[in-house]
Design a protein around this ligand. Structure first.
Ligand SMILES: Nc1ncnc2c1ncn2[C@@H]1O[C@H](COP(=O)(O)OP(=O)(O)OP(=O)(O)O)[C@@H](O)[C@H]1O
Length: 291
């Protein structure tokens, strides 16, 4: 799937601007960014629910807007299943079977059984976790090649989250599905995403392979004789300070760092494993970050 120079205006306000990236087949792409960055608008446009103001979404070089039949290969799971709450499981099954010609009913029943989901006369009878699982059961039963998920584990307990993460990884491995997932849970994305697209103010701020992204920064614990010299502070992102012990993120492209370390001779300099969340904070700037 190629998102090609996509822009979207809503009420004259530019929400997305020249978004351009590719989703490789059989990969998991994490869409990250601060609240209001434009992630949901991007996902809704990639699914064909919203029309772009400019640009396109291509499947095998063909526009999903010019050839709407291609939308059968894409399914969007929004972050709340409120819309269908007064329908029964059987009614939802019928609706999706009519929209998705490759809907696999056998697989649907298999997944329902696997997640111990029983049929109900109204989806609102399901708990939040059961609704989230049911949405995924429907999504994967459509046999769509691209499954687009908005905050799939938001507000769920640990067990439900684990069940969801497991089915996502399995679907990619076994059925070669591609998953595009917007999440504030960077720890979860870190566990499964191949690529990360960082959205900032409606623009792509970076598209990285996860491992490459982590290689751009180093995390370290540093202790100085006195407090951290100001010049040093200007070159790092301080994540935490306890007394004279600082946990910092260092930009690997900052050539001045090596020199500063030699010059100021910290009493202790110890590298720590870096997480996606650390990189996010470093990129979007310390306390500017709101999860
Ligand atoms: N229908 C709409 N009318 C007006 N403004 C909108 C509409 N939909 C989205 N926006 C605006 O577009 C911007 C991006 O919203 P969007 O929901 O895409 O962000 P997000 O990154 O998904 O945020 P969050 O992480 O909080 O869910 C926000 O400023 C929002 O107010």
């Amino acid at each position: 799937m190629r998102v090609k120079h996509l822009s979207k205006k809503i009420h004259q306000k530019e929400i997305l601007s020249d978004i351009d990236f590719e989703v490789k087949s059989g990969s998991i792409v994490g869409i990250i960014g601060r609240n209001g960055a434009g992630k949901t608008t991007l996902l809704r446009t990639m699914t064909g629910i919203l029309n772009p103001t400019k640009g396109d979404v291509l499947l095998e070089e063909e526009s999903i807007f010019k050839n709407p039949k291609l939308k059968e290969y894409i399914i969007f799971v929004p972050d709340s299943s409120e819309a269908l709450k007064s329908y029964s499981t059987a009614e939802i099954l019928t609706i999706y079977k009519s929209i998705y010609p490759r809907f696999d009913e056998k697989y649907f029943h298999e997944l329902m059984e696997r997640f111990s989901l029983t049929s109900v006369d109204k989806i609102e009878k399901y708990s939040k976790g059961m609704k989230a699982l049911f949405s995924l059961v429907i999504a994967f039963s459509t046999r769509a090649k691209y499954v687009i998920l908005d905050e799939p584990t938001d507000g769920l307990d640990v067990i439900a989250k684990k069940q969801i993460l497991k089915i996502l990884v399995e679907e990619v491995a076994v059925h070669d599905v591609s998953i595009i997932i917007s999440s504030h849970r960077l720890d979860e994305l870190e566990f499964m995403a191949n690529d990360i697209v960082l959205i900032r103010n409606g623009k792509v701020d970076g598209h990285y392979e996860l491992d490459t992204m982590k290689g751009l920064y180093k995390k370290a614990q540093v202790v100085f004789q006195e407090y951290m010299p100001e010049v040093f502070k200007n070159h790092v992102t301080v994540l935490n300070q306890t007394g004279r012990v600082y946990t910092v993120i260092i930009d690997m492209n900052d050539k001045k760092m090596e020199e500063l370390l030699k010059q100021h001779q910290p009493l202790l300099y110890e590298e720590l494993p870096i997480s996606l969340e650390d990189v996010f904070v470093a990129k979007l700037g310390g306390d500017e970050f709101v999860s």
